[in-house]
Design a protein around this ligand. Structure first.
Ligand code: SAM
Length: 250
């Protein structure tokens, strides 16, 4: 997968060199290119923002540098590709970025992220590129950050760990919270490792039983309890056929 990020803070994206994403890049599974938006400005001050039409506080990112930047990045990858990138626009006013969104984006060959600053990017940029690219305006949560770089780090990591070959054990995201399958829409329950007793605390006995069926059932029940406690809104999305009398009592 190819990922391009256009930003006025390229250094903010340095964490993409470490850990899981960094290793995926080093192994050639991920081609990440970070671009400085200011290289597409033409004035002495490398201006990327201006005052908002209609008045009001804050500044708005100008369309011209974004237009030149996006044209240039898109042209750099157009050889032999039938389609351009999916344009991913981080914004608190977008639709929620969820695990389902991560799965959808992980199936794409090319993503182009446009993290903004100030009050966001002049709306005409999304309109313009929406005519030739698929655009996803995505929010990572109901809060407002100062810029879109942290949301890009969040989204790239969520997508990258789903790519084939990136996780050491391909099974490891199977039982994650929100993963499709038997635990769909449930949060993951508690996990344990050695030693079997730590500060007088045992691990649940069932996990030592070696009985796969009982362990799976226990994990599913723990996931259900945790979801009821922390995210009751998710329970309504569970398949009613997957619930039993014990679940309904909770
Ligand atoms: N005035 C905008 C609003 O209320 O919708 C907020 C602009 S915010 C200060 C600047 C930039 O940070 C946004 O354009 C976006 O790129 C990014 N950003 C902030 N919060 C975000 C969130 N929850 N999800 C995704 N991007 C976010």
């Amino acid at each position: 997968m190819r990922i391009d990020v256009v930003t006025i803070f390229p250094e903010y994206l340095e964490p993409l060199n470490v850990s899981l994403v960094g290793k995926a890049r080093a192994r050639g599974l991920l081609d990440v290119r970070v671009h400085d938006l200011r290289q597409w400005t033409h004035d002495r001050h490398n201006t990327v923002d201006d005052t908002p039409y209609g008045g009001g506080p804050g500044m708005v990112m100008k369309p011209e540098p974004w237009g030149e930047a996006l044209d240039s990045v898109i042209a750099s990858g157009s050889d032999g590709r039938e389609e351009g990138p999916v344009l991913v626009v981080p914004t608190p006013s977008g639709s929620p970025f969820t695990q389902e969104t991560a799965v959808e984006l992980a199936a794409e060959p090319w993503l182009l992220f446009t993290p903004a600053r100030y009050e966001g990017i002049d709306r005409r940029v999304v309109e313009e590129y929406g005519e030739r690219l698929r655009v996803r305006e995505l929010s990572i949560g109901d809060y407002v950050l100062a810029g879109g770089e942290a949301p890009v780090l969040v989204m790239v990591e969520a997508v990258a760990r789903l790519l084939p070959g990136v996780l050491g054990n391909a099974e490891s995201h199977r039982d994650d919270s929100f993963a499709p399958g038997a635990m769909a829409d449930l949060l993951e329950g508690p996990v344990y490792t050695k030693p079997p007793v730590w500060r007088g605390r045992d691990i649940p006995e069932v996990l030592l039983s070696g009985h796969h069926g009982r362990i799976a059932r226990w994990r599913r029940d723990q996931a259900f309890r945790r979801t009821v406690r922390y995210r009751p809104d998710l329970i309504g999305r569970c398949d009613p056929a997957a619930l039993d009398a014990d679940d309904r009592r909770l």
